[in-house]
Write a protein of this length. Structure first.
Length: 154
């Protein structure tokens, strides 16, 4: 399971060069999602929608299945336990077929999201990234800690 998660994480890091969405198209396509989802920060409602699904403000860069006050399916609960973090690319892939995506990534394939976004998922993900909080880049110290090799003993 750890190997699958590591491979998935590494693949996700390599994807940004290949998948780019159109923010304006994503805003239009998101209208299909508003029946269940809203986008609201603590200060403002960006896109008023339903409350059946979790608030999608800040979903890009957030641990899957971790929005406060929402009861997630077993699959997304497992993703949260594994500390899986949404990227634009993975959210776009998930939106095509949530149950299949969960199963393909080693999680229980049960999902409360029954809607499938056959086209435009990368645009919606780009839109959600554009209206979410600005993601801070990793601190150089943290990056150095993960890439340093132990000193060789003499």
């Amino acid at each position: 399971m750890k190997t699958l998660l590591t491979a998935t994480a590494l693949a996700a890091l390599a994807l940004p060069a290949f998948a780019e969405g159109d923010v304006e198209k994503g805003e239009k396509v998101f209208k299909r999602c508003k029946a269940c989802h809203t986008i609201a920060s603590e200060d403002e409602v960006i896109f008023k929608g339903g409350k059946t699904g979790p608030n999608l403000y800040g979903v890009i860069g957030r641990v899957a299945g971790s929005q406060e006050g929402f009861k997630y399916s077993k699959g997304l609960t497992e993703a949260a336990e594994a500390e899986f973090v949404w990227t634009e690319e993975t959210l776009a892939a998930y939106s095509v077929d949530p149950k299949a995506w969960l199963g393909d990534n080693g999680y229980d394939p049960k999902s409360k999201m029954s809607f499938k976004l056959k086209k435009g998922g990368e645009d919606v993900a780009a839109y959600l990234a554009s209206v979410g909080p600005v993601m801070e880049e990793a601190a150089p110290e943290a990056e150095a800690e993960t890439t340093e090799e132990p000193a060789a003993s003499e």
